[in-house]
Write a protein that binds this ligand. Sequence first.
Ligand SMILES: [Zn+2]
Length: 133
Amino acid sequence: MRESIPLTWRRIPERYRLLGTQCITCNTNFFPKRNICPKCRRKGKIQEKQYAGKGKVYSFTEIYAAPAGFEDQVPYVLAIIELDEGPKLTAQIVDAHIKDVAIGSRVEKVFRVIQRDDPEGLIHYGFKFKLAK
Ligand SMILES: [Zn+2]
């Protein structure tokens, strides 16, 4: 499902900067942002947390049948990335063949076009990951 334009714009700080939150009571990091810590509940103190954008591959797969808006990118490698700070997120790994990717491979954030054929003609940018050297 495609996000509406207003939702896309509201999420731009997160999309551009890997901005999440952290519970400073128990030191748990969240991405996407959470406003309530599931461990600490009302005792949790939440603050914004900027992630460095480095981590490792937790699991990965190759996508041949892409959702609408991603057709020109297949096949591509989609991975669950475990950030060094702890949170996991799903992201595309660019400039890599599936045979070059392994569980535990070091990856880092890059800024790329996410989606080009928006009905409004907008090009969406955001983060993807590439193998770190
Ligand atoms: Zn907490």
